[in-house]
Design a binder for this molecule. Sequence first.
Ligand code: PLP
Length: 365
Amino acid sequence: MPTASFAQLPNAQPTADTIRKDILANPGFGRYFSDHMAHIRWTLDAGWHGHEVRPYGPLTLDPAAAVLHYGQEIFEGIKAYRHADGSVWTFRPEKNAERFRRSARRLALPELSDEDFIGSLKALLAHDQGWVPTPANEADECSLYLRPFMIASETFLGVRPSHEVDYYVIASPAAAYFKGGVEPVSIWLSANYKRAAAGGTGFAKCGGNYAASLAAQKEAEAHGCGQVAFLDAAENKWIEELGGMNLFFVFKDGRIVTPKLTGTILEGVTRDSVLTLASDAGLQPEERHISIDEWREGAASGEITEVFACGTAAVITPVGELVGEDERIRCQPSDNPVAKQIRRTLLDLQYGRAEDTHGWLTRLV
Ligand SMILES: Cc1ncc(COP(=O)(O)O)c(C=O)c1O
């Protein structure tokens, strides 16, 4: 695929090497940003144009820019991994590009081609490859988190799709998402809030979905939980997903079940990869409805042996317990062998320690 041509506007005052090294030694998540950002502009008349990589820095937006009022915005999350030979790779970027177009259609934003999406990642990394941390060992899950996003930037307070749009990619070095690594997390079952409903934006990765999940996230934290699980809006019965991750249920007979895509769930790239890797490992993946009653009864009877969450940021994380207003649902104690095995397989692929038999890796630098 040819890389689109990006104008190069190098940062004249990049972060000093010593400071960057200190940041990379302890980056946390989403706190520090690399020296550049990629940008492409869209207007109704001219379409996509003005590809550039320019210094990272504040945007100038008119206070009447549509995104600030009506939330016409979408984003993606994808990582760059440094391999042992120093090369830098990303994982299934064409899936993120495809999802970005699905999100764009739902939010009435213009669609960006694979060429521009993947080209923008390559163009940014050509400048900022020094921001991709080098893992110290196989347990070190550091990466450069890439955040492509698109905003409605037209100065206009009318409620209609914006005639001017800007697309950017920024990059943030990241350590493991959950400090505890593969320690099981507690999940709050939201009784008061829904994440998405039929016909809404659940399948799109738009800021509004996350804004709407924050009150539930606050509730979760007040109950000592790190994430929220949402049930469907129509029947309040079917498991959908977490605020930022998809869910899997491992059955003792080798089935591994994830809620099927109904338009209200985000189609995770990790979810799709787990379905394939589970099948490679001899498990029987199923995409179907799974109810809160099935979770409760399966955990109690031992039919369900493990529950885990998955997503780009946190990879795969075992769910220790589901906490509700007046109950706690826990599987019988186990070392979560299936979650750990799939996690290891996925990480080995992403960091280039295993053969890429599915052709999932794209070299960025
Ligand atoms: C709501 C939601 N579900 C699921 C996921 C997992 O998706 P992916 O595996 O593509 O990161 C994410 C993270 O992007 C998310 O925000």
